[in-house]
Design a protein around this ligand. Structure first.
Ligand code: DX5
Ligand code: ZN
Length: 218
């Protein structure tokens, strides 16, 4: 059976202290580190460029899981790959040539992820199964941490699991993960859970035991 992974989003970490924040969540048992890249265009918020990823890369011992909420994507793939991404996830909605984008991600030596906004259906996934290592199902509209889980995505994940079957493709859920919502998605067939506010709330680098409690609760 599928091993559940927790990927804390450093969007909810202390931006002035990424090195110690990453060490803390890894010491507390997270599986991957999720990095949310936003461009103020595809989504209404701005976050991290390749130099920042390069700076935090040496602190990440697990997996650097990079979620690109940018359009266009293709001109930036090599820069994010060179900055040290293990997984690069692009949005289906970010451009007309997702197949080319996924080819370029693998060509740059990364695992390829496909992200779907809450309003996007699964039709395209069937034609991309040999191109992807992960599907990221957004359970909030991308752009901000701390939003409410969108329940209609449970049914989407159930359909996605039957589409994927036993292929080695992760189903990652991103947004609004709590001890209440994550089990619903695990039951529907998801195996990777991104959580920002759900992991970092109530803790700090000096009180990292709280991160561990939050990780285990999800
Ligand atoms: C939203 C990001 C998420 C976000 C999750 O655009 O992709 O990764 O940080 O935050 P929470 O867990 O607080 O909903
Ligand atoms: Zn994300």
């Amino acid at each position: 059976d599928r091993k559940i992974k927790i990927a804390p989003s450093i969007l909810s970490a202390d931006f002035a202290d990424f090195g110690r924040e990453i060490q803390a969540i890894e010491a507390e048992g997270c599986d991957w580190v999720h990095v949310d890249v936003m461009d103020g265009h595809f989504v209404p918020n701005l976050t991290f460029g390749p130099p920042l990823l390069k700076a935090i890369r040496p602190h990440i011992k697990t997996v650097m899981d990079v979620h690109l909420m940018i359009a266009p994507v293709d001109p930036y793939i090599d820069a994010y790959a060179e900055a040290g991404a293990d997984i690069l996830t692009a949005h289906l909605e970010a451009g007309p040539h997702i197949h080319r984008t996924l080819q370029a991600i693998r060509g740059a030596g990364c695992k390829a992820g496909l992200a779907l906004n809450p309003g996007t259906g699964l039709d395209a996934v069937a034609h991309l199964l040999d191109m992807i290592d992960l599907v990221c199902v957004m359970t909030v509209n991308p752009g901000f941490g701390g939003q409410k889980f969108i329940y209609s995505q449970i049914e989407k994940v159930r359909s996605l699991r039957s589409l994927i079957g036993d292929r080695p493709i992760h189903i990652e859920i991103d947004g609004g993960m709590t001890p209440e919502t994550a089990p619903l998605m695990a039951a529907a067939g998801a195996d990777v859970f991104v959580a920002g506010s759900g992991v970092f709330k109530g803790g700090s680098v000096n009180n990292a035991a709280v991160y561990g409690e939050n990780i285990r609760a999800i």
